[in-house]
Design a protein around this ligand. Structure first.
Ligand SMILES: [Zn+2]
Length: 262
C-alpha cells in the first residue's frame, strides 16, 4: 500500500510526535476538536514540540485552511488509542468558541467535508458510516468513524461535532456519489449525445439541395437509374439526399449498377 497526502493542504509542518509507518491500512476517520480557535500554524507549532507528545494527521482552521502535521503513511498520536490511530486519519478542527458545544465555522465545516471526501477517495473508502455506537469500534463495514471520547475521558470532539457526525457522513457521501455519478454519466451521456447529434445531422442532409454545377451529372445519374431516391419527401418527390454521405455499401451498389449499363 502506498500512501499519499491530501492536495488540499496549504500549510505543512511535520511533527516529530508520531510512531512512524502505520501498521494497519487506512479505513477510519477520527474527527477531533481543538477546544480553542487555533490557527493551523499555531497547531503546527504546538505539535512541533516533542514534549507535547501529541499530533494529528491534519488540522483545519476556522478560516477553512488545512494543515498537515503527520503524513498519512504514519501513525499520529491523537486519539489515546494505538489501535485506532494505526488505522485512522486524525483531523483536529478549530472551534469558534472555547467551551461546549464547541461549534466550528462554516469554512472549517466545508473544508472538513472536502478533506474527508478526499481521504476516502485516495484510500478506497467507499462511504463514511456513523452509528454513534462505541461497540462497533473496528467493524468498519458498519461504522468507520470514531471519536476520541470512546478512548479517553474527554468530551472530544465536543457536542457540536459529535452531534453532526451523521450529517458529516451524509455530506461526504453526497460528494463521493456526485463524483462517481458524474464520471459514469459523462461516458454514457457523451455516447448518447453523439449518436443523437449525428442522426440529427444526417437528417439535415437528406434533401434535394444541390449546386447547379452538378446538375448535368445528377440528371444523368437519375435518368440512367444509377441513383434511386430514398423515401419520398413530404411533397411526394423522390428524395435523392444529394448532400448526404455515400456509404461503402451504396458505392458498391452504384458500381454494380454501372457495370450492367456498359
Ligand atoms: Zn481529541
Amino acid at each position: 500500500m502506498s500512501y499519499t497526502n491530501s492536495p488540499l493542504v496549504s500549510f505543512t509542518k511535520l511533527s516529530p510526535n508520531n510512531s512512524g509507518l502505520r501498521t494497519h491500512s487506512i479505513d477510519t476517520i477520527t474527527i477531533h476538536c481543538m477546544a480553542c480557535n487555533g490557527s493551523i500554524e499555531t497547531l503546527g507549532n504546538l505539535f512541533a514540540q516533542s514534549s507535547r507528545k501529541a499530533s494529528s494527521n491534519y488540522g483545519i482552521g476556522s478560516d477553512g485552511r488545512i494543515g498537515l502535521y503527520v503524513e498519512e503513511k504514519n501513525r499520529s498520536w491523537c486519539t489515546s488509542s494505538s489501535a485506532n490511530d494505526n488505522r485512522a486519519i486524525t483531523i483536529e478542527v478549530a472551534n469558534i468558541e472555547a467551551q461546549e458545544p464547541y461549534r466550528v465555522s462554516n469554512a472549517a465545516y466545508d473544508s472538513l467535508i472536502k478533506l474527508c471526501a478526499d481521504i476516502c477517495r485516495r484510500n478506497n473508502i467507499k462511504q463514511l458510516l456513523w452509528k454513534a455506537d462505541k461497540n462497533l469500534i473496528g467493524q468498519v463495514d458498519k461504522q468507520n468513524m470514531t471519536v476520541h471520547r470512546w478512548f479517553a475521558n474527554k468530551s472530544c470532539p465536543g457536542q457540536w461535532l459529535y452531534e453532526h457526525h451523521g450529517q458529516i457522513a451524509a455530506d461526504v457521501n453526497k460528494l463521493l456519489q456526485v463524483e462517481e455519478g458524474e464520471e459514469e454519466m459523462t461516458q454514457e451521456k457523451f455516447n448518447q449525445m453523439f449518436i443523437t447529434a449525428m442522426n440529427e445531422y444526417r437528417r439535415s442532409l437528406q434533401n434535394n439541395n444541390a449546386g447547379s454545377w452538378s446538375e448535368d451529372a445528377r440528371d444523368w445519374a437519375v435518368s440512367t437509374g444509377l441513383i434511386k431516391g430514398g423515401d419520398p419527401l413530404p411533397n411526394g418527390k423522390p428524395n435523392y439526399m444529394w448532400p448526404d454521405f455515400l456509404t461503402r455499401e451504396q458505392m458498391a451498389t452504384l458500381l454494380f449498377r454501372f457495370k450492367d449499363m456498359v
